[in-house]
Design a protein around this ligand. Sequence first.
Ligand SMILES: [Zn+2]
Length: 81
Amino acid sequence: MKNAKNSPTTRYCYHCRVHHPVEEMKLLVTKTGSRWRCVKSIEAVKRSKDERDQYGRQVSAANQSEASSRARILNKIQSER
Ligand SMILES: [Zn+2]
């Protein structure tokens, strides 16, 4: 393994708090200055948000169908009485 270069090839990722290869890093400019963050963490946040949105929709749809079928059953029981 030969990894002796003069210029640093890694950047400190403020999100993961570790160093990543600079090719995987993105420089974000904020009010307090510029920060390096890896593309992976940015993508992961984006993906997990999409998954959360999708999951939320599935859950609310399931809840709705469950609630309506429960209401039907209740109505049936009450009308049979
Ligand atoms: Zn990172």
